[in-house]
Design a protein around this ligand. Structure first.
Ligand code: C5P
Length: 227
């Protein structure tokens, strides 16, 4: 891709997996490494965009390059609630928003101030649903703003994956949904990814596979075709 085809575009990207506290030492988390979202941020910045990267938990050194990139500002948001506030603020100043974070769907209703102890062999956690951040961004969308979501789906085959992606794109109301297949052995810690891009035409308009950085470049190509 040309080096500056995103010049001066302001983008907000979320990445990583949120962690919902249970007590001072425990959380509910997920297997997101943050690699794909960071790759999306780096690709945009390398193509000239100004990037506000909101990062939940990411693996190891995944954030390192982003932290030193002159066109990326990194903010941390560790829980779904923090991510919601950070992304609302970031979206207020963004031409394109990409929600690549794996946001916990539920949080613990009453977080314990003290470490929960083993008592009678079972423990029940009362969970409440978190707001869908992306749905809120779609509701409050700025004129001309492009909204992009990710969907990690388990699917038996390519047809099921495509149908799930098309339904989710419509339900979420985003301009573009990057759909990737996940499973016990697929999609998370890996440096590679394979995605389908679905837009408001309700069709798969592009596919990308390979390194997460190649997938990120394909995402920006797809965004540019929509703007
Ligand atoms: O519905 P599902 O969780 O599969 O949707 C995934 C997309 O929605 C991702 O872009 C994710 O970042 C976003 N999301 C969100 N807030 C949530 C859950 C998911 O913004 N509470």
């Amino acid at each position: 891709a040309p080096a500056s085809d995103l010049a001066d575009l302001r983008v907000a990207v979320s990445t990583g997996g949120t962690r919902e506290p249970i007590d001072p030492v425990r959380y509910l988390g997920n297997r997101s490494s943050g690699k794909q979202g960071v790759a999306v941020a780096l690709a945009a910045a390398d193509r000239g965009a100004y990037v506000h990267l909101v990062a939940a938990h990411v693996e190891g050194t995944v954030l390192d390059r982003a932290l030193h990139h002159p066109r990326i500002a990194v903010e941390r948001a560790l829980t779904a609630g923090e991510m919601d506030a950070a992304m609302r603020a970031a979206a207020g100043e963004a031409d394109v928003v990409v929600m690549a974070a794996a946001v916990a769907d539920f949080s613990v209703r009453e977080v314990s101030d003290v470490k929960i102890r083993k008592e009678d062999g079972t423990l029940t956690l009362d969970l409440i649903e978190n707001p869908d951040i992306l749905a809120g961004l779609v509701r409050d969308r700025r004129p001309g703003q492009t909204l992009v979501g990710f969907a990690a789906e388990t699917a038996a085959d390519e047809t099921e994956l495509r149908e799930r992606g098309i339904r989710k794109r419509a339900r979420k109301g985003v301009d573009l949904l990057a759909v990737n297949r996940v499973g016990w052995t697929q999609g998370f810690e890996s440096g590679e990814n394979a995605v389908l891009f679905v837009d408001a035409s309700d069709e798969v308009t592009a596919r990308a596979s390979g390194t997460k950085s190649a997938v990120a470049d394909a995402l920006w190509d797809a965004v540019l075709r929509l703007r």
